[in-house]
Write a protein that binds this ligand. Structure first.
Ligand SMILES: Nc1ncnc2c1ncn2[C@@H]1O[C@H](COP(=O)(O)OP(=O)(O)OP(=O)(O)O)[C@@H](O)[C@H]1O
Length: 243
């Protein structure tokens, strides 16, 4: 079974002047059960719109989207946005930000602690969770918003330009942590980024999108391209040491 299926989707955007803009026409994308698919495409081609449809925030005009065979909204999905600053609560500690979705569901403290401990067994959290977001770097704050998305055991993950508000050094740090997360959680993910290096490092496959109406013009399977990856890691070891 596919983790994420986008089948024959057509979607128009309605513009403020009342006209419409055809974004997708009979568009197809399938993501395997623990595959990370990176998306690279021109501005305004509909990458965010696609993630919104997969998450269930918006609906296609026609066609079908399935998450492990079910409609969006029936399965829990983590959706990470680019602006970590407006997605974290400044008055809550790191811990309370991460477990916020569980508190919303009125889970008791013991169960919350157990869930957090279980997540920490898989994903190493290398900073003090009693701190507040402003005490951490931008990369660490974005990392917290990812952990918050994962605390509810989502079956799939959507990540929209997680690096775009970060400087180079923070991006490198986050890229390394995200790589660890992706290896640990093994759920289907769609990652949108404007830097091909980020996609190369984190994706199993990259889909290159065309201009509107948007289609996939090229695909590249990354994990099999070992030579490129090894060279890339070497280069980044030096840069990471500067962080
Ligand atoms: N706030 C808005 N008002 C009007 N039209 C919008 C708005 N946001 C998006 N659109 C329409 O939807 C299209 C797709 O936007 P979307 O944000 O999905 O693209 P994107 O590929 O994620 O862009 P970017 O690379 O700039 O983030 C735009 O080209 C535009 O036609």
């Amino acid at each position: 079974m596919w983790g994420i299926e986008v089948n024959n989707v057509t979607k128009k955007a309605i513009l403020p002047d009342g006209t419409s803009d055809l974004l997708f026409e009979n568009f197809n994308l399938r993501v395997k059960e623990s595959e990370v698919v990176g998306i690279f495409g021109p501005n305004g081609c509909g990458k965010t719109t696609l993630l919104n449809m997969v998450s269930g925030i918006s609906r296609p005009d026609s066609g079908e989207i399935l998450i492990f065979g079910e409609k969006p909204g029936e399965k829990r999905i983590a959706y990470i946005f680019q602006d970590y600053r407006s997605s974290l609560f400044p008055w809550l500690t790191v811990r309370d930000n991460i477990v916020f979705p569980l508190s919303l569901r009125k889970m008791n403290k013991r169960d919350i602690d157990e869930k957090l401990n279980r997540m920490a067994e898989n994903i190493k959290i290398s900073f003090d969770m009693a701190k507040y977001p402003y005490q951490l770097s931008g990369g660490q704050q974005q990392y917290i918003s990812i952990l918050r998305g994962l605390i509810s055991d989502p079956v799939a993950m959507l990540i929209d330009e997680p690096f775009s508000a970060l400087d180079y050094s923070n991006s490198l740090w986050l890229m390394k942590k995200m790589s660890e997360i992706m290896d640990a959680v093994k759920i289907p993910a769609i990652l949108v980024a404007h830097d091909i290096n980020h996609l190369m490092r984190l994706s199993h496959r990259i889909c290159f999108f065309s201009k509107k109406p948007t289609g996939i013009i090229k695909e590249r399977h990354i994990k099999s391209d070992r030579a490129w990856r090894n060279q890339y890691f070497k280069y980044n070891e030096i840069l990471e040491a500067m962080h």
